[in-house]
Design a binder for this molecule. Structure first.
Ligand code: HEC
Length: 202
């Protein structure tokens, strides 16, 4: 009798353990974010679409505009028309956003890359300077920003290209945080002067 109970209760214990583990896995999947599961081919594909066709990251980070270019997303290259960017007193160079460990963002964690899009912060927590339009990317969904992270870390080749440091006229490193002091969050839909959502729409 005693051992029967033991078998039964350990069976029950195992059942509960497996259920909890399975539930945990399902939860992780529901996040659909990069740190919770390894990047899927679908995420990478979506990221490529966002980088090339929607976010126009290419416009600044890749002087030569097609993904089969050997310097795809490698950032500023000398002689690129319109670059470096002159932002007031600041001279700003488009970063190398390939996964190269030393000259790109290969040493950034997925969360750090995500934060650059969501919070405009670099690996050290410094505010990313204009014209990097993170004030628009921050309103993209978690899912889309993770897809970009997946593409930038797993979907492209590392390219060695050391981009020069940003400078001010005094030769110091620019601090761009004050430029974003008055940044407001996107109001939830509908904002006051947007159309009224019709009650019977859905
Ligand atoms: C209008 C030009 C422009 C566009 C478009 C643009 N960027 Fe940038 N980006 C920059 C510049 C310039 C910097 C460097 C800013 C700095 O050094 O503070 C930068 C910095 C970054 C950084 C930080 C890298 C580092 O080493 O600090 C990441 C990551 C990044 N961009 C990703 C993207 C992605 C992804 C897209 C598209 C979704 C994109 N950028 C679109 C100009 C641009």
């Amino acid at each position: 009798m005693h051992s029967k109970w033991r078998i039964l209760s350990s069976g029950l214990f195992l059942f509960v353990l497996v259920s909890v583990l399975l539930l945990g896995l399902m939860q992780a999947d529901a996040h659909n974010g990069f740190p919770y599961e390894s990047a899927s081919q679908r995420q990478i594909q979506r990221g490529r679409y966002l980088v090339t066709a929607v976010g126009n990251c290419v416009g600044c980070h890749s002087p030569n505009k097609t993904p089969d270019d050997p310097q795809w997303l490698a950032g500023y290259l000398p002689g690129t028309p319109g670059q470096p960017f002159q932002i007031g007193q600041f001279r700003i160079y488009a970063s190398n956003i390939t996964p190269d460990l030393e000259t790109g963002i290969g040493s950034w964690t997925p969360q750090q890359i995500f934060n650059s899009l969501r919070h405009g912060q670099d690996k050290q927590g410094k505010t990313i300077c204009p014209p990097m339009p993170w004030i628009y990317y921050r309103d993209q969904s978690d899912r889309d920003n993770w897809a970009i992270v997946a593409y930038l870390s797993k979907g492209i080749k590392p390219v060695r290209n050391q981009v020069p440091e940003n400078t001010t006229v005094e030769g110091t490193r620019p601090n761009c945080a004050p430029l974003y002091q008055n940044l407001q969050p996107l109001p939830s839909y509908p904002a006051d002067n947007e159309i009224e959502v019709r009650k019977n729409w859905w």
